[in-house]
Design a binder for this molecule. Structure first.
Ligand SMILES: NC(=O)C1=CN([C@@H]2O[C@H](COP(=O)(O)OP(=O)(O)OC[C@H]3O[C@@H](n4cnc5c(N)ncnc54)[C@H](O)[C@@H]3O)[C@@H](O)[C@H]2O)[C@H](O)CC1
Length: 128
């Protein structure tokens, strides 16, 4: 896909598209072996697990998954809000990822006000 070989963890509603495009997927599981193996052969994590509807405490299997992602040492790019952060309060539970790059969608969310990494704003903007 554009020269990349993505592996998608828990694609949920995108499973059909992934199958059609022959993109490797990892199904929901409390076992972390497949995710751990995929991380070993990855260069970067594109984090889009949770967005602004996340509120703690984090439930399984995401607790173990987020820990693995954080411990992988790979660069992380988060979409809209880092997974595990609450939209208004930020990383209050301390379980959230700490990405190198954040791409906020439409508008930065209050919870990332003190985010210190590279921060981009993306989306569709309409003129007044
Ligand atoms: N709608 C808009 O105007 C915009 C939306 N944006 C982004 O779009 C997605 C919307 O995704 P949504 O499904 O509403 O929310 P999440 O991605 O956060 O996923 C909800 C999902 O997570 C589960 N969950 C919540 N808390 C926990 C927890 N503690 N442990 C485990 N699982 C949890 C919940 O059950 C749901 O299944 C979103 O990314 C927005 O950020 C843009 O902002 C653009 C405008």
């Amino acid at each position: 896909m554009f020269g990349y070989e993505p592996t998608i963890y828990m694609p949920k509603r995108l499973q059909t598209q992934c199958d059609n495009m022959k993109i490797q997927t990892l199904p929901p599981s409390t076992e972390t072996d497949t995710l751990r193996a995929a991380l070993r052969s990855s260069d970067v994590i594109l984090d889009a697990i949770f967005g602004f509807s996340f509120s703690g405490p984090i439930r399984a299997p995401f607790d173990a998954a987020l820990l693995l992602l954080a411990q992988s040492g790979l660069p992380i790019v988060s979409v809209d809000i880092p997974s595990g952060w609450e939209v208004e309060k930020g990383n209050v539970g301390g379980v959230g990822l700490n990405p190198d790059v954040l791409v906020s969608l439409t508008a930065p969310k209050e919870g990332v006000r003190n985010f210190k990494g590279r921060h981009f704003l993306g989306g569709r903007f309409t003129p007044r």
